[in-house]
Design a protein around this ligand. Structure first.
Ligand SMILES: *Cc1c(COP(=O)(O)O)cnc(C)c1O
Length: 442
């Protein structure tokens, strides 16, 4: 079965009777008029469809927890939707923990992860009852044990490890290879375990956590990852008589950003993971563990699009034609950060024949602020609305106020209804944290 991460567009996307792109039953040109642009549009049906496809794909295995990787895109409304779908949340900061809590997440289903958590964040996680903490390094073991002791609680932890698996994705989004800033090297695991057994009495080690990378297309990597973790569990069991019960496999499943991308289905990775558990649990003499799956991009990426309004254009004599839109690297840094590629269509004239090759440029003051290097589109005119697909993940969540441009609004669409889930910033918001020191007014 095809799953929604394999489609370029949200599952409800179509061309409507006005010959406009429609998403979630809403005409995107009307959305642009009503809410202004740039505008992030999230399709509730796609979010819920993918969430259910994850649950279905793993339903063959009895012990699975789904956590949504908040860093891909998190707002209180997203927390609400995915909580309703039974997901917990993988969180990497006090801000994400706060959003999960105030959005109504079941904190006992959540996990706190990250390579340099502050003492205040660790205390906050304990205080709010975050179910699991994935401990990344030796300093954190000491800090967390201390914080747990002060709170009078025993804290369930995973050890984040680097399994030494390389995947073929951009180097900035690889995380499982040995030379990575994340987690314990497998050669350091024994020292960590001995510290937990001998000294850190307030920590309860329940399992191992790994995350190999992002935008992954190779299914065999998941088989290998499970194998490495089960092998390690077997070794720990034999050496320390310690029965670990959980493995967290991270996220990373890829999505389709262009027609050339062919990511695997959720079922394909589920099948690899489950078969690796059955093969390797026996082989390494461990019980079949509870598994945690932490998708981010593959849940929210395809669910979101960005609408921009076309502005100025420039034909370089004998060169490229640049067409500028009213957003760019501040609302979507991925193209300038790691050469990410996107597909755009003309929302107000999607049936027009693509007739010219253009470069879609952002409005920010950097030559590198190019959203699409080269694409074929109908001739673009000022005021046209461009729909960028697959901008739901790592767009808003990595956005900035570069050039003091206001962050866009986000709306959630469903069955012809649209609702704001993030308000557009105002100049008052933008300057709300600015302070002019008293002495400057003299
Ligand atoms: C980023 C991250 C994820 C999610 O990755 P995606 O590629 O967005 O699915 C999951 N787990 C951990 C630990 C992460 O750091």
């Amino acid at each position: 079965m095809n799953t929604a991460n394999q489609s370029l567009k949200p599952v409800t996307a179509k061309i409507n009777e006005n010959s406009h792109i429609e998403i979630g039953g809403c005409d995107t040109v009307e959305l642009a008029e009503k809410y202004g642009t740039p505008l992030y549009v999230f399709d509730e049906t796609t979010i819920r469809t993918i969430a259910r496809q994850y649950k279905d794909a793993f339903s063959k295995y009895p012990k699975v927890s789904m956590l949504y990787a908040s860093k891909a895109f998190m707002t209180k409304a997203v927390v609400r939707i995915l909580s309703q779908e039974g997901f917990g949340f993988d969180m990497v900061s006090g801000g994400e923990i706060y959003t999960a809590k105030t959005g109504g997440a079941d904190m006992s289903k959540c996990l706190f992860n990250g390579n340099n958590k502050s003492i205040e964040e660790l205390e906050m996680a304990i205080e709010l009852g975050v179910g699991l903490i994935s401990v990344d390094n030796f300093l954190e073991l000491a800090l967390l044990d201390n914080a747990a002791k002060s709170a009078g609680k025993k804290v369930d932890i995973l050890l984040r490890v680097t399994p030494g698996i390389e995947c073929h994705t951009h180097e900035y989004i690889q995380t499982g290879h040995l030379d990575s800033k994340f987690g314990f090297d497998l050669t350091q695991v024994d020292e960590a375990i001995e510290l937990i057994i001998d000294e850190y009495k307030n920590l309860n080690l329940t399992g191992l956590h790994a995350h190999i990378g992002s935008q992954i297309f190779e299914t065999s990597i998941y088989y290998d990852e499970v194998k490495v973790l089960l092998k390690e569990m077997g070794r720990i069991k034999a050496k320390y008589k310690l029965n670990l019960t959980h493995i967290n496999l991270g996220g990373g499943l890829g999505i389709k950003y262009t027609e050339n991308d062919c990511p695997p289905s959720i079922d394909e990775i589920a099948q690899k993971i489950i078969s690796s558990i059955y093969d390797n649990a026996k082989k390494y003499n461990v019980d079949e563990p509870e598994i945690h799956i932490e998708p981010g991009r593959s849940i929210i990426g395809t669910s979101g699009v960005t609408l921009y309004t076309v502005g100025s254009s420039k034909q370089v004599p004998k060169g490229r034609k640049y067409v500028a839109v009213d957003g760019g690297m501040a609302d979507n840094p991925r193209p300038s950060l790691y050469q990410a590629v996107y597909t755009a269509e003309l929302a107000n004239r999607p049936n027009d024949i693509p007739s010219e090759t253009v470069t879609i440029a952002g409005r920010f003051c950097e030559s590198g602020d190019i959203l699409i290097k080269e694409t074929k589109l109908p001739e673009l005119k000022e005021g046209d609305i461009l729909c960028f697909y697959d901008t739901g993940a790592y767009g808003y969540s990595m956005s900035s106020n570069y050039n003091r441009v206001l962050r866009p609004a986000a709306v959630l669409v469903n069955n012809g209804q649209s609702d704001i889930i993030i308000n557009r910033e105002t100049y008052e918001h933008l300057t709300a944290m600015d302070v002019i020191p008293e002495r400057l007014s003299k």
